[in-house]
Design a protein around this ligand. Structure first.
Ligand SMILES: Cc1cc2nc3c(=O)[nH]c(=O)nc-3n(C[C@H](O)[C@H](O)[C@H](O)COP(=O)(O)O)c2cc1C
Length: 376
């Protein structure tokens, strides 16, 4: 028995161990965002693989927020029947499932947004789809707050166990947090208090719709790792406030599309090599921010490191790419097998998501294509 095996409560939700499947776009929903049998089977393998909490890939809360093809949608009441069937199927396998609520902002893809303009805090030179991006009015912000809250309510009604608000990786809420992408002069721009106002409004509206007993987690960048982006000092303040507002867990991530080698999914990470590259930030969050479980993510590749992180750096460890490679790695770790993940962090899995059949491990298949560029 290691700390990995210890159960944990997120509110009333009993999670049987400390391993989380970090939100990972699967590329397996239907074209319109509906769950499919293939998505259910993919998530089912993760649940059966032993992670105590499985977080779905980002699910768009509004049609204007779609970032990637075959992304799950939680944007419409018409989805509830299908979502309920998905939750039932996954619970049948015995897991706990959270849905990640997201909106791509200026990173959304015009071919996927059903004619909706792209929403952003500010319209900036150099934006790929600049012509199609609108600066959100306070009314747009209010509408989006309501969209997040309605989506969270759908998730709860459908029988899932928790939601995670995505405020990381350069998507809409993260664009508001960053002084690089948020140049507003109104109540949503300027100081960190103003830049985080939208996120806090989303959090409180979500909480208002799902109730106090339903876990609401948030994924936040510790740093954007880019000039002029969100910095750790401000991120720490944001996480402190989220804890005060009653967040049930914070997942500490980092990086945006423009961060180069310091993006959210760093390459050339493997067991013993640059492992757990964001753990020092999670550790600091855990030291400074009281009363909220901290999830560390990013390059966790060995049993030893995963178990060690739980001693002082985090309350839970989250993995993404290793579980694409080996969905049953958690069970093996939980059974005390001190093995390394076979993942070499090449990011070919991300590329494969754009192909029929969705995200899969293509280890060994090398190409010069840049996954982020391909996703644009
Ligand atoms: C194929 C793929 C899809 C991803 N999709 C999401 C997503 O939907 N939401 C999110 O917050 N992060 C997403 N990520 C980032 C992961 O959750 C995680 O933060 C990152 O990959 C680092 O963890 P790892 O080293 O265990 O892979 C994705 C990563 C990959 C490889």
């Amino acid at each position: 028995m290691t700390r990995l095996n210890q159960p944990l409560h997120l509110k009333s939700l009993a999670v049987s161990n400390r391993i989380v499947r970090s939100a990972t776009w699967e590329g397996l929903a239907a074209k319109d965002g509906a769950p499919t049998a293939a998505l259910a089977a993919f998530l089912g393998r993760l649940v059966a693989g032993g992670a105590g909490l499985v977080i779905t890939g980002f699910a768009f809360v509004h049609p204007s927020g779609r970032v990637a093809p075959q992304m799950l949608g939680v944007e419409s009441e018409q989805r509830v029947g299908d979502l309920r069937r998905l939750a039932e199927a996954l619970h049948h396998t015995g897991g706990k499932i959270a849905v990640q609520l997201s909106h791509g902002g200026a990173e959304a893809k015009p071919t996927l947004t059903r004619g909706c303009p792209l929403m952003a805090p500010s319209v900036l030179e150099g934006m790929k789809y600049r012509r199609l991006v609108v600066e959100m009015t306070p009314g747009d912000v209010a509408g989006m707050v309501a969209a997040f809250a309605a989506a969270a309510h759908r998730v709860r009604t459908s029988g899932f166990d928790a939601v995670q608000i995505q405020a990381s990786h350069g998507y809409l809420l993260s664009q508001f947090l960053s002084p690089r992408t948020n140049r507003r002069t109104d109540a949503y721009g300027g100081s960190i208090r103003n830049r985080s106002r939208f996120l806090f409004e989303v959090f409180e509206a979500v909480r208002g719709r799902v109730g106090n007993d339903f876990p609401v987690m948030v994924k936040v960048n510790a740093s954007d790792f880019v000039d002029g982006g969100l910095e750790f000092k401000d991120a720490l303040w944001v996480m402190t406030e989220l804890a005060r507002l009653g967040a049930d867990a914070v997942e500490v991530s980092g990086g945006v599309a423009a961060s180069g080698d310091e993006g959210p999914m760093r390459t050339n990470i493997r067991a013993g090599v640059h492992e757990a590259y964001l753990a020092p930030f999670a550790k600091k969050v855990r030291e400074v921010v009281a009363g909220v479980p901290v999830i560390t993510v990013g390059g966790i590749r060995s049993y030893e490191v995963a178990a060690k992180l739980l001693e002082s750096a985090a309350d839970m460890v989250a993995l993404s790419r290793p579980l694409i490679c080996e969905p049953d790695l958690p069970n093996r770790w939980l059974n005390g097998e001190a093995i390394d993940s076979a993942c070499i962090s090449c990011n070919r899995c991300f590329l494969s998501g754009f192909k029929k059949g969705g995200v899969a491990c293509l280890k060994g298949l090398h190409s010069e294509e840049d996954p982020w560029a391909l996703s644009k």
